[in-house]
Write a protein that binds this ligand. Structure first.
Ligand code: AMP
Ligand code: ZN
Ligand code: FE
Ligand code: FE
Length: 293
């Protein structure tokens, strides 16, 4: 006898971007799209900002739970050149002075870096303007996808992915930004009552990744989990991350890292098990909690 299909559990996507950083849907459009995609839980995790939280909350559709988070731009300086990496932080206090000051500093560093990239492009005779890039970011945290969009509008590349190739933002015009030491980031997120999860730790096509020993050291320093299921991980890399998490007692997440039309991935393309989600909520002591529409 065939067993009937299991009743689907809640669908939980813990990593998505809005126009508060380099996504293309506003926070309100993002939560509506999440509900439309059949998600039960969505985390809004814009780069280095919490500016999307209030408008996402105000538009929260009935039945959708919103996890307020951010994706913090970090570096590990244990090798030269330093490796950049992303730390997801969930349910932290957005008014924690130390963490908020670092996020403000990093957003300012993003502007400096993006303007320098535009200067480099212009020095090579490439007609992109800083005013246009800044306008494209619409007041959100400026990122390379906004420069990619300007390159597309200028007809120089066809896709965001092409703009991240070695001829463009991936290498020739690549400039590091003023990111946060990853150990300090873990400490600040925990001190603000948040729960830190290492985003796409094996995403090697974006540049060098960190060794497993560093992840073990971060686990000792307060890291809660690893994002295993992500479009930038191969099946073997996902399995490796799961194994590492099991060895280190870390939780694992899966998420879309949705960016609207700046990427092709869809909301809910990867999801997180309810047990891991519940652990994140239980470990948080941020003032905010999960909001339900
Ligand atoms: P930034 O934070 O300004 O350094 O820009 C990095 C962001 O660009 C990442 O968070 C991704 O959202 C995006 N990105 C990186 N590589 C690619 C790619 N190959 N295609 C599309 N988006 C990318
Ligand atoms: Zn991004
Ligand atoms: Fe990321
Ligand atoms: Fe992301």
């Amino acid at each position: 006898m065939r067993t009937p299909p299991a009743r689907p559990g809640p669908r939980i996507d813990l990593h998505a971007h809005s126009t508060a950083s380099d996504g293309t849907l506003t926070p309100a459009e993002l939560v509506r799209a999440a509900a439309g995609a059949g998600l039960d839980v969505l985390a809004i995790t814009d780069h280095d900002t919490t500016a999307g939280w209030a408008p996402a909350l105000a538009a929260l559709p009935r039945g959708l739970s919103l996890v307020r988070g951010a994706e913090i731009s970090c570096i590990w300086a244990g090798v030269t050149p330093a490796v950049s990496l992303h730390l997801l932080a969930y349910l932290f206090d957005p008014d924690d002075p130390a963490l908020a000051a670092e996020l403000t500093r990093m957003r300012a560093g993003r502007e400096v870096r993006a303007e320098r990239i535009v200067d480099l492009l212009r020095a090579d005779g490439i007609e992109v303007s800083w005013a246009e890039v800044l306008a494209g970011a619409g007041g959100g945290a400026v990122g390379r996808p906004h420069i990619a969009a300007a390159l597309i509008r200028a007809g120089l590349v066809a896709t965001t992915n092409e703009a991240f190739g070695p001829r463009w933002l991936g290498e020739r015009y690549r400039i590091m930004k003023e990111d946060l030491d990853v150990f300090r980031a873990v400490e600040l997120v925990r001190a603000a009552g948040g729960v830190p999860v290492f985003a796409h730790p094996r995403a090697s096509r974006r540049g060098p990744t960190v060794p497993d020993e560093l992840i073990a050291a971060l686990a000792g320093a307060g890291l809660a989990g690893l994002e295993a299921d992500h479009e930038d991980h191969s099946p073997a890399e996902r399995a490796h991350v799961r194994g590492l998490a099991a060895d280190l007692g870390l939780l694992v997440t899966g998420s879309s890292d949705f960016h609207g039309t700046h990427k092709t991935v869809r909301l809910g393309a990867f999801t997180t098990d309810p047990q891991a989600y519940e652990r994140i909520v239980a470990e948080s002591s941020g003032v905010t909690g999960v909001a339900t529409g």
